[in-house]
Design a binder for this molecule. Structure first.
Ligand code: ATP
Length: 361
């Protein structure tokens, strides 16, 4: 019943198409993140699922049931927005109890549910505080509690953590995931923050310019991005991409990167597909999967960032800039030349003209 199917979903605002033909199947009990930069159509998609916007064309099904014409209040969805919507003249307890009370639940039942949700969201000591005396962080927690207490089969969250501070955001990521595990709801979570999506979601739908780019587990979108947009958007920093031309060598197929020289031979799994594509390519590899070596790409160090034990080394510049992330201090300094070698297993190749991944045949 709480699986969600979006079929050929389109949304236009006048002449502007905010969402171009979205097809997405969200399983019952799944945590799906809609991830993409500002303006990509995430909220528009979410608002249509909630029933706040009508699709221009296409269908939304909950289970087998077509949602066309079904008003928001009848869809059985809980919705939490970026800006918490709670009653500031009421206490936390009254805010949490509001939904069940409106539904006519018995007092004992309301008390039990308020107690349980307050415990889960660490609101128990604050239950009798007036909401107007709470911080933004806590208000958002109350807003989540107020929606979650209704135990909706489908829980929609649109950037719920974007206004809370960084430390609190990290705590809430864990709590939201626990909440979903406990209630086993279908959760759709809109965010532009890839870390949020990567840490919480079962699967991620990556969007750009109103187009669904890829749907996959966090591991899949990180490891096998469908195109250069996903490769750059997922990961922090994103995937390194260097422009080049495939070339035969006595060691196998390599990519000629121009002034940077040639890459090590491409892995056997993808070399035939790259050869067959006969196209200029982008040679991709993850910054976390680079080693300092005596053979590889020779590049000047342009900047070194240290974030705790982690070191991000910036190499080269403009079109041929790459980043390498090390879990320790590799002793590289600005101005030095480093020889770096991408791990063979991390190498991905994209068609330079279309941006699409060239996959093993
Ligand atoms: N009611 C509207 N009328 C006209 N254009 C709209 C309307 N709502 C959204 N848009 C446009 O549709 C596009 C997608 O908006 P949407 O809010 O879905 O993006 P988003 O990915 O959620 O980004 P953000 O995180 O900035 O909200 C944007 O270009 C936006 O300006």
């Amino acid at each position: 019943m709480s699986a969600i199917h979006l079929q050929n979903l389109v949304k236009k605002f006048g002449d502007f198409t905010a969402l171009k033909t979205m097809d997405l199947a969200i399983a019952d009990g799944e945590f799906m993140a809609l991830l993409g930069p500002s303006g990509c159509g995430k909220s528009t998609t979410m608002n249509m699922i909630a029933g706040m916007e009508e699709p221009t064309s296409g269908k939304i099904l909950f289970g087998e049931r077509d949602m066309e014409g079904v008003p928001m209040g009848r869809r059985g969805v809980g919705f939490v927005f970026q800006n918490y919507a709670i009653f500031t003249h009421m206490t936390v307890r009254q805010n949490l109890a509001y939904g069940p009370r409106m539904r006519g639940a018995a007092k004992a039942e309301i008390d039990r549910r308020v107690g349980a949700i307050a415990e889960m969201l660490q609101l128990t000591p604050l239950l009798d505080r007036k909401a107007d005396r709470l911080s933004v962080n806590i208000l958002q927690r109350v807003a989540i509690g107020r929606s979650a207490i209704m135990e909706p089969a489908i829980f929609l969250l649109d950037e719920p953590l974007s206004n809370v501070d960084a430390a609190f955001r990290a705590v809430m990521r864990t709590e939201l995931k626990q909440l979903q595990r406990q209630f086993k709801q279908t959760m759709v979570y809109v965010t532009h923050d890839q870390l949020e999506a990567m840490t919480m979601a079962d699967r991620i739908a990556v969007m750009d310019h109103g187009v669904l780019q890829q749907v996959g587990t966090p591991f899949e979108v990180y490891n096998n991005p469908a195109n250069v947009f996903v490769a750059r958007f997922i990961g922090s920093p994103g995937m390194n991409l260097l422009k080049g031309r495939p070339a035969e060598s006595d060691r196998g197929l390599v990519v000629d990167l121009g002034p940077l020289g040639v890459t090590p031979p491409l892995p056997d799994a993808i070399a035939p597909a790259v050869r067959a594509a006969r196209a200029d390519v982008l040679y991709g590899f993850r910054p976390e999967q680079v080693a300092v070596s005596d053979r590889g790409l020779s590049m000047p160090v342009s900047f070194v960032e240290r974030i705790g034990a982690r070191t991000i080394v910036h190499l080269g510049e403009s079109e041929s800039a790459v980043k390498a992330v090390f879990e320790n201090d590799v002793g590289l300094a600005i101005g030095q030349t480093a020889i770096v070698a991408p791990a063979e297993s991390s190498v991905r190749v994209f068609d330079a003209a279309t941006g699409q991944a060239i996959k093993a045949g």
